[in-house]
Design a protein around this ligand. Structure first.
Ligand code: XMP
Length: 317
């Protein structure tokens, strides 16, 4: 029967055999899947593995530094790439959701490829693809209409002319977490909420600017830290904030304000395919709302999204 320990043992042995003395490059995202894939490969081939972690400027507040640091502590050979300006530059004037995804996907491939070229003689691209991704990409590419182009890095292996290795391809998310525990990956990394590849760009409705990203990072941070503080983080599958493209009238002291509206979203789900909005305590929502409005300049109204998927989706774009 399947156990995390036997999976690790067998996979490490077969990776050693498959890869031999070749060099491998892997893109870390900060998420569970790529972290577990990296640690498995690290155990199998050690220094032959180089990990790249790209800062696209659309990550959560402080995330790049935090995650890079924890990867280094795990003993991974990881190169951080600050590509914030490049991404934000390319997103200028782009407001259509699909166009945002395509732009971010293309720039990611260009940045990643450019950096991977520096690894002499690299032969393999490792990916943290898990079983639900395989299923989903089949339906995305199949006759059914593409709902969203989730697979932002689809063209990567072809472009780079590398062989692909995907050690988690047959696992479900809960199994990936168990394998991660077996590999001693910290619970903070294993318990992280999923976060979309295009990051905050698809939570900023309309054009993305550095100022909007900075504002949303503050709002998101207050919400996520609040969830942690009130012991709600692990009860939620995914949470975040959305910056809406409208302003609303408010009042501050005896001044009238005309500022941004943000929406909060928290869902439960098992695989992201369906989701329910979370009945967060009113008390908690009220507190977070006040904290956001008091602390984040430019926000004077907070709303809570009570839509389930379907017919809504988890993200707003
Ligand atoms: P939706 O909005 O389709 O999201 O209900 C389902 C799950 O997928 C994530 N998501 C993405 N992940 N690239 C990604 O890597 C994307 O373009 C993308 N769009 C949505 C979303 O955060 C949720 O976990």
């Amino acid at each position: 029967s399947w156990t995390p320990a036997s999976f690790v043992e067998e996979t490490v042995a077969s990776l050693k055999q498959q890869i031999g003395n070749d060099k491998v490059v892997l893109g870390l995202s900060g998420g569970v899947d790529s972290s577990v894939a990296a640690m498995l490969l690290h155990r199998a081939i050690g220094e032959q593995l180089t990990c790249l972690f790209v800062d696209n400027g659309l990550l959560r507040k402080g995330e790049y530094e935090k995650v890079l640091d924890s990867y280094k502590h795990m003993g991974l050979n990881v190169v951080g790439i600050d590509a914030r300006e490049r991404f934000l530059g390319e997103l200028k004037g782009v407001s259509d959701p699909e166009q945002k995804r395509k732009t971010i996907g293309r720039v990611f491939i260009e940045v990643f490829d450019g950096e991977a070229q520096k690894i002499k003689g690299v032969k393999w691209l490792a990916q943290g693809t898990i079983y639900p991704d395989v299923i989903e990409s089949m339906s995305v590419n199949g006759p059914s209409a593409t709902i969203k182009s989730h697979h932002n890095v689809g063209g990567l292996p072809e472009r780079m002319n590398l062989k692909v290795v995907e050690p988690l391809k047959l696992l479900f998310k809960d199994e990936v977490r168990k394998v991660g525990q077996e590999l001693n990956i910290s619970p903070t990394i294993l318990g992280r909420h999923p976060f979309p590849g295009p990051g905050l760009a698809i939570r900023i409705i309309g054009e993305v600017t550095a100022e909007k990203v900075a504002l949303l990072q503050e709002v998101d941070n207050i919400f996520i830290e609040g969830l942690r503080k009130h012991d709600l983080y692990d009860k939620v599958w995914q949470a975040g904030a959305i910056l809406l493209p409208i302003q609303s009238v408010g009042v501050m002291g005896d001044e009238r304000t005309y500022e941004n509206v943000v929406a909060l979203r928290a869902v439960t789900s098992t695989d992201g395919m369906t989701a329910d909005w979370v009945h967060l305590p009113f008390e908690f929502l009220g507190r977070i709302s006040s904290e956001i409005i008091n602390r984040v300049k430019g926000v004077n109204r907070v709303v809570y999204d009570i839509s389930s998927k379907p017919p809504a989706t988890i993200e707003w774009e």
